[in-house]
Design a binder for this molecule. Structure first.
Ligand SMILES: Cc1cc2nc3c(=O)[nH]c(=O)nc-3n(C[C@H](O)[C@H](O)[C@H](O)COP(=O)(O)OP(=O)(O)OC[C@H]3O[C@@H](n4cnc5c(N)ncnc54)[C@H](O)[C@@H]3O)c2cc1C
Length: 380
């Protein structure tokens, strides 16, 4: 029987949400180092299915910690938004950056370790039981008595399953493939990414994407489909078929590539994000239902979770009743509600004329954004 370990804060998961929580605690006060343990079932560098697109929101949070990711990446300077023969082009430096998650998450983990944080890898959490004055968390190697647990263990969160929080509703679906490309392809030469919403007519509540990506120095396009399922009553799109058709239109055959899928949890303002002694962060709490962006939001959740924890221990009140309000007050996370509203609007239409209308409406939004950000253009 493993020995019981007492800890103030146990963070389950060392992805962007978990590491951001730990790094923000450490940033608040170095003394937190000895009071926090992070456990992860995987060992970095571990694979994580993801497009790897990180926007300014995430960069700003890292910069707030004094970090800048300088590992392998492709800087996207042009984003093409396509809908049935129309396209908008957005130029910025950068629109976003594309990283490989095994490298980015490993870098984040090393940041924490080099600052003295305790990260235990290859140690899965198997049981979580709230007790009167602590949470009992059983891993493959230990029994923890934690004053606070942060569930940063992703969209299939074991912590949530163990707590019997029914979170099967609200999952977006994603499929992804990688295709080898010539290094002088325009996507790499000019840093071009694509979001194609044309398949919305097939019931897809999302889009097909192409992100230029570097894997061990080789050029690949990360291609996939995102189905937000934000309109829950509409029938499900045949996701594999949607991906197959999108590839056929680009001269590729889906059967030639291994296909991988993984859900992400959509943010819903009516879903609980905390309980006494428990905080959710990142995918377990819910991320962007409009575009499926999750890395920057996960980093943002970590910042809010750390602030809530510091405040809770200072006041000796571990109820975390105001955690949802803190999320709403965060400059980045407060935008999630707006993204839910836009997603419901643009993924609502069933008929082509309704979609055309929604596309024109979104053109107006993009036009406003264009005036806000220099270098943003529209093609007829
Ligand atoms: C196909 C696809 C493409 C995507 N593309 C993008 C994109 O381009 N840009 C973007 O911003 N977002 C993208 N996302 C979303 C993004 O990947 C997630 O939102 C993000 O990874 C959430 O971070 P997280 O830290 O909450 O969870 P995760 O990154 O999933 O980390 C969770 C961690 O918890 C660990 N863990 C899980 N269970 C246990 C357990 N029982 N015990 C201990 N540890 C455990 C895991 O090993 C993992 O390290 C994509 C998602 C998918 C599926």
């Amino acid at each position: 029987m493993p020995q019981t370990e007492n800890v103030d804060v146990l963070i389950v998961g060392s992805g962007p949400a978990g590491m951001s929580t730990a790094l923000h605690l450490m940033d608040a006060d170095r003394n937190w180092n000895g009071r926090v343990v992070i456990v992860d079932k995987a060992i970095h560098p571990r694979d994580k299915l993801c497009g790897g697109g990180i926007t300014n929101g995430g960069d700003n949070i890292l910069e707030g910690l004094g970090f800048r990711y300088d590992g392998p990446q492709v800087v996207v300077q042009e984003l093409e938004l396509i809908y049935r023969g129309h396209s908008h082009v957005m130029n910025a430096d950068p629109v976003f950056r594309v990283v490989r998650r095994n490298e980015f998450d490993h870098w984040l983990a090393r940041r924490g370790q080099s600052h003295g944080l305790t990260l235990r890898q290859g140690e899965a959490v198997t049981s979580v039981v709230p007790k009167r004055d602590h949470i009992e968390v059983v891993t493959e190697r230990a029994v923890f008595h934690a004053k606070v647990v942060v569930a940063a263990d992703g969209s299939n969160s074991t912590v949530l399953k163990e707590l019997k929080w029914n979170r099967t509703a609200g999952q977006a679906r994603l499929l992804e493939i990688l295709t080898s490309e010539a290094p002088d392809d325009r996507a790499f030469r000019d840093g071009v990414a694509v979001f194609d919403f044309s398949q919305a007519g097939s019931g897809l509540q999302g889009y097909y994407w192409e992100f230029p990506s570097l894997i061990d120095g080789q050029a690949f396009l990360n291609r996939g489909v995102f189905d937000s399922r934000v309109q829950t009553k509409r029938s499900r799109a045949a996701l594999k078929q949607v991906l197959s058709e999108s590839l056929t239109n680009r001269g590729r055959v889906l059967a030639d590539f291994p296909i991988k899928g993984h859900p992400i949890r959509r943010f819903r303002s009516d879903s609980p994000v905390s309980a006494p002694r428990i905080l959710l962060a990142g995918d377990s709490a819910g991320v962007d239902p409009l575009l499926g962006e999750g890395i920057s939001y996960a980093l943002g959740y970590g910042q809010v979770a750390a602030e809530a924890i510091v405040d809770a221990f200072a006041r000796n009140d571990l109820s975390f009743v105001s955690y949802a309000d803190r999320i709403q007050a965060h400059p980045l996370l407060s935008g999630l509600k707006t993204r839910v509203a836009i997603a419901k609007l643009i993924y609502w239409p069933k008929l082509i004329w309704q979609q055309e209308l929604a596309w024109r409406f979104s053109s107006m939004i993009l036009g406003g954004f264009q005036r806000y950000r220099q270098g943003f253009g529209t093609r007829p």
